[in-house]
Write a protein that binds this ligand. Structure first.
Ligand code: KIV
Length: 271
């Protein structure tokens, strides 16, 4: 439900208030200036500079290869375009799992070099010390549970997570641990809707779902998937709002024809 309240700049405080007045939070990924400008103009609440950039921007099979330098490059470009949205940046694989000191140094570097507003990390109780340490430096942290793509080789598949009782209980416990450690928000990826609804009810922080049903506090999608730029990925939870792959393909084919037929440029398109 929207109250129609005009928000000038989204902050962690605004997101917290949105949960409590039951206004859904809309979040999308962006990795570059031009797309981030459109998202911000549309008044998206949160932009995630996701490590999904590894797949959709760099063509890698997993999110594991993306580096800190590459994430910083993407985040810097996004931040330059944004006036209103809250910008969250994924800490890449290998930059925080080792120990909490390393996690803090990575988070500080990310914030200092990009101007973004918060970092996101995957994992539950195993990252609680890192969450607390990063928070002690005044950096907001978003958690991420359920399907955690940085652990793909541990799980071996991208199927729905926490369908069994013990994994579901672990997820609920981890969600509470992350809230108590101080996370300002939590992403739940590809888990049963009833489980996500329970976590959203039990936590006071906003829970953002992707493939987690609609009884959570907000939704996130990967921009290139929802725009239909990326055609290789069609999970059940994905709603495609456009078929940009086909649109761009058609435009490029028309341009090629125009060039070959010496139709472009015409008299008005030259000096
Ligand atoms: O990297 C990413 O795009 C993400 C979303 C899928 C939540 O983490």
């Amino acid at each position: 439900m929207s109250t129609g309240k005009k928000i000038k700049k989204v902050t962690t405080h605004v997101l917290h208030e949105m949960k409590h007045r039951k206004e859904k939070i809309a979040m999308l990924t962006a990795y570059d200036y031009s797309m981030a400008r459109i998202l911000d103009r549309a008044e998206i609440d949160v932009i995630l500079v996701g490590d999904s950039a590894s797949n959709v921007m760099a063509g890698n099979e997993t999110t594991l290869p993306i580096t800190m330098d590459e994430m910083i490059y993407h985040a810097k470009s996004v931040v330059k375009a944004v006036e209103r949205a809250f910008v969250v940046m994924d800490l890449p694989f290998g930059s925080y799992q080792g120990n909490s000191k390393e996690a803090l140094m990575s988070a500080i570097r990310m914030m200092k070099e990009t101007g973004g507003h918060a970092v996101k990390m995957e994992g539950g109780s195993e990252i609680q010390d890192s969450v607390k340490r990063i928070l002690s430096a005044g950096i907001p942290v978003m958690g991420h549970l359920g399907l955690t793509p940085q652990s793909i080789h541990k799980f071996g598949t991208y199927v729905v997570r926490a369908t069994e009782e013990d994994e579901a209980q672990k997820l609920i416990d981890d969600a509470h641990v992350l809230e108590e450690a101080g996370c300002f928000s939590l992403v739940l990826e590809k888990v049963p809707a009833h489980l996500a609804a329970r976590v959203a009810r039990e936590l006071t922080i906003p829970v953002i779902g992707i493939g987690a049903g609609n009884e959570v506090d907000g939704q996130v999608l990967v921009l290139h998937d929802m725009l239909g730029i990326n055609q290789d990925f069609s999970p059940r939870f994905l709603r495609r709002y456009h078929n940009l792959f086909a649109e761009i393909l058609g435009s490029v084919q028309t341009y090629i024809q125009d060039v070959k037929n010496v139709d472009f440029p015409n008299e008005n398109e030259q000096y």
